[in-house]
Write a protein that binds this ligand. Structure first.
Ligand code: SF4
Length: 374
C-alpha cells in the first residue's frame, strides 16, 4: 500500500510562519495544474502497489475547483490501482469553504478534509497573517461537520502572547464540534520566513519553552480525557479516524509526490524531491522531462529516521523490526542506548516496543536524536 500526494503551490497570501513552497502569483495556475496531470501520467509506472491514500496539500488546494479535482482523481484511477477504501484528503482553508463547494468536493470523490484553523483568536490569526478570521473558521467547521464524517482541523500552540487560558479556550472552541481528528503543531520559527525576521528584530516575542510545554501538556490531558488517542506526537484521533496518509508515511511506506517541491520515496532507500520553482517545473514538464534531485539513504539514515518517526507514534519502535530490517548490530545498539535512559524513565519497554513515557512526550524529538546511530 502506498500514498499519492499532490502539491498545489498557490496561496492567497503568505502566512508569516510558513516555509512551504508556494506562490501568491496565480498567473500560471491553470498551466501548472495541466503540468501536474502530465507528471502523473509520466510517473504512473513508478507506483505499482495499490494507492491507499491520496492527499491534496500545498499551498492551498482549496483554491482548485471541484471539477478539476474530480478530473485529477479520475486520471489517477485510470493510471494507478486504488485500494477499494482509498482515503482522499483535501486541505482546505476556512475562507474557501461554503456549502455548495463542500457538496461538490464530496461528489468529486473527496472523503476527508483537513481544515487549517490554526487559532480561533483573531489576534493570533493577524499575527500569523492568515487569510481568514475566526468567525469564518467557525462557519466552515459547522458546515464541514454536517457534510463530512471524516475530517480534521489544525491548531497551532505556543503562539506569542498566548496565555494558557486562551489556549484552553482555543481547544474548547474546536472541541465544541467534536471533530474526529485534530492535528496540533507548536509554532516553529523557520529561517527565511517573515516571522523569523520579526523575532530577530524583536517585533515579536516568543513564549518561553516552559509555557509552550504547559500548553502541550494541557492539550494532551484534555484530548485524551475526551477519548482522543494521541497516536502520533502532533496527531489526535478518535478510534477509526486516524489518518491513513500520516500512518503510511510514519511506517516508511512508499509515496509518490506530484507537483513542484513534492517529495517521493520508494519505500526502500531512494528519496527524491521535485524542483521548488513553479517556472522550472513547468518548463521541464513541457519538454516531457522531470526536474528533481534525489538522495540514496544509507542503512544508518533509514535506522535514524525509523527512530525519529517511530518514537513519535503510539506504537513506539520495535526491536524485532530493527533486528529484521537493519540487523543484529543495530538491535544491540538500540538496546544499549535505550538502557542508558531507562533509569531516567524517559523510555519504557512494552513487550519488544520501546516507547517514550507519558511525562517525557514533549521531549520526544530530542530523546530520539539521543538514540541515533552516529
Ligand atoms: S495557507 Fe498554508 S501553505 Fe499557504 S502560506 Fe499559509 S500556511 Fe503556508
Amino acid at each position: 500500500m502506498s500514498n499519492l500526494y499532490f502539491h498545489y503551490p498557490f496561496c492567497k497570501q503568505a502566512c508569516h510562519y510558513c516555509n512551504f513552497h508556494f506562490s501568491t502569483s496565480i498567473k500560471h495556475k491553470d498551466t501548472l495544474w495541466e503540468a501536474m496531470k502530465m507528471e502523473l501520467k509520466l510517473r504512473s509506472k513508478e507506483m505499482i502497489s495499490p494507492i491507499e491514500s491520496i492527499y491534496f496539500g500545498g499551498g492551498s488546494p482549496s483554491l482548485i475547483n471541484p471539477k478539476s479535482i474530480k478530473e485529477l482523481i479520475d486520471l489517477t484511477k485510470q493510471n494507478f490501482t486504488l485500494y477499494s477504501e482509498v482515503e482522499i484528503t483535501l486541505e482546505v482553508n476556512p475562507d474557501d469553504v461554503n456549502e455548495s463547494y463542500l457538496i461538490e468536493l464530496k461528489k468529486a470523490g473527496i472523503n476527508r478534509l483537513s481544515l487549517g484553523v490554526q487559532s480561533f483568536l483573531d489576534r493570533d490569526l493577524t499575527l500569523m497573517n492568515r487569510a481568514h478570521r475566526s468567525d469564518q473558521a467557525l462557519v466552515a467547521l459547522e458546515l464541514i461537520s454536517k457534510i463530512f464524517v471524516n475530517y480534521s482541523l489544525d491548531l497551532i500552540y505556543g503562539m506569542p502572547y498566548s496565555s494558557i487560558t486562551e489556549w484552553e479556550q482555543n481547544l474548547e472552541a474546536a472541541l465544541d464540534f467534536n471533530p474526529p481528528h485534530i492535528s496540533v503543531y507548536a509554532l516553529t520559527v523557520e529561517e527565511k520566513t517573515a516571522l523569523f525576521h520579526q523575532v530577530k528584530q524583536g517585533e515579536v516575542l516568543l513564549l518561553p519553552e516552559e509555557a509552550v510545554e504547559a500548553q502541550y501538556q494541557l492539550m494532551v490531558k484534555k484530548l485524551e480525557g475526551l477519548g482522543y488517542l494521541n497516536y502520533e506526537f502532533s496527531n489526535f484521533g478518535k478510534p477509526n479516524f486516524f489518518s491513513v496518509n500520516n500512518q503510511n508515511y510514519w511506517k516508511g511506506k512508499p509515496y509518490l509526490g506530484i507537483g513542484p517541491a513534492a517529495h517521493s520515496f520508494d519505500g526502500f532507500q531512494i528519496r527524491r524531491w521535485n524542483v521548488s520553482s513553479n517556472l522550472i517545473y513547468l518548463k521541464s514538464i513541457e519538454q516531457g522531462k522531470l526536474a528533481f534531485e534525489e538522495e540514496q539513504l544509507s542503512q544508518k539514515d533509514r535506522y535514524n529516521e525509523y527512530l525519529m518517526t517511530g518514537l513519535r507514534t503510539l506504537e513506539g519502535i520495535s526491536l524485532v523490526y530493527v533486528q529484521k530490517t537493519f540487523g543484529k548490530r543495530y538491535a544491540l545498539y538500540l538496546e544499549e542506548q535505550a538502557a542508558r535512559h531507562l533509569s531516567e524513565q524517559f523510555f519504557f519497554w512494552d513487550g519488544d516496543h520501546l516507547k517514550v513515557s507519558a511525562n517525557s512526550k514533549f521531549l520526544t524529538d530530542g530523546l530520539a536524536a539521543d538514540l541515533f546511530m552516529v
